[in-house]
Write a protein that binds this ligand. Sequence first.
Ligand code: ADP
Ligand code: MG
Length: 397
Amino acid sequence: VDPIVQEDMDKFQDTFKGIKERFRLINRIGEGTFSTVYKAEDLLYDVYVNDWDLEEKENGTPFRSPPVKRRSAVDERGMIKRRPKYVAIKKIYVTSSPMRILNELELLHDLERCDSVCPLITAFRHTDQVVAVLPYFRHTDFRDYFREMRMGEIQTYFRSLFTALAAVHEKGILHRDIKPTNFLYDTDKQRGVLVDFGLAEREGTDSKPCLCQESESTRRRRITNSVTAALGPSSGYPKNDSRPSRRANRAGTRGFRAPEVLFKCTEQTTKIDIWSAGVILLTILSRRFPFFNSADDVEAMIEIATIYGNKRMRNCAQLHGAVLETTIPTIGSGGFTMEKIILWSTCRNSDGNEELPLNEGEKLAVKFLECCLELNPNKRISAAEALQHDFLRVEDA
Ligand code: ADP
Ligand code: MG
């Protein structure tokens, strides 16, 4: 272990009362914007294996009364869940708001029966420090395998990801931060679990009506009446803009944000996770990571507009009551097809040369990709529908 990491772990063990008696920290495995994650051995593993009840009675340490209720120790088949020997301890930064921490723990608790979501074993607090304990999930670093994935492996990966998304969305929960580091995938077991519900929220909790929800006819009428009128003969940026500024949840990660998040749609749905999953697929098919590399929301819009073209992007803006004007020369009016983008990124149609076409598998993948990266969230495929798509459906033998 790196001496600096060791020092950090020692400090954590010394300041968090009681942790040494229960866990042996092994290494630091993650350091994000909101937390540090350690791999640790649960020292009570051998003593109390298969017996959660006993632990509750005898445990006089600060680790009493875990939020995981007794019934959850037994799964649907009546099997006792074994307490894992290795755990991931997520030390949530003390600068996170208590509401936010509570939100993450509550949502994880709600999702405890979803196989494809890394379950919460328990959580502890010592003064202002909160830690969440999750089973350690062995996984492969995305950067180590995404370039070499064969089509069958890509399908298996996305079947696993969309199974997880379907389960989360079914509960009316948006993850909001779907990206490779939050989907821990084991390439040997061909199984993945979702982690990091730090930005997740219940659908509808943050919403005021957005224009994208109104009917087509109302929309047409409103646009002819207001947008054209408001634009008027004068051009440029209004100096004294009296319009209320737009506010909407923009949480997420650069490059994975859906267009409706960028346009500050006030009624964001689970479809934002589908867009992010689509960006992962685009990354794999194009063999480029990160695929989008913007520094801010405006740059992100430019990147998306470069692919989709001015016309479609303007329609997308209008859908959320925004107006998009641009004179950037690289944004054409018609944009490019996903097929073209993938051929380019994999260097299969360099200037003048004959194109190597996509193979049948890639064509199907691109069809699916287009369903995920549909600009209009209302038309974008849902996780449940995705599992029925030819690209993901498991053929009955
Ligand atoms: P953050 O909010 O800081 O991004 P995450 O929950 O995403 O925190 O965890 C950060 C990283 O820690 C993950 O990307 C992953 O590498 C590692 N990690 C988190 N949970 C687990 C787990 N249960 N098993 C193994 N590694 C994990
Ligand atoms: Mg994360």
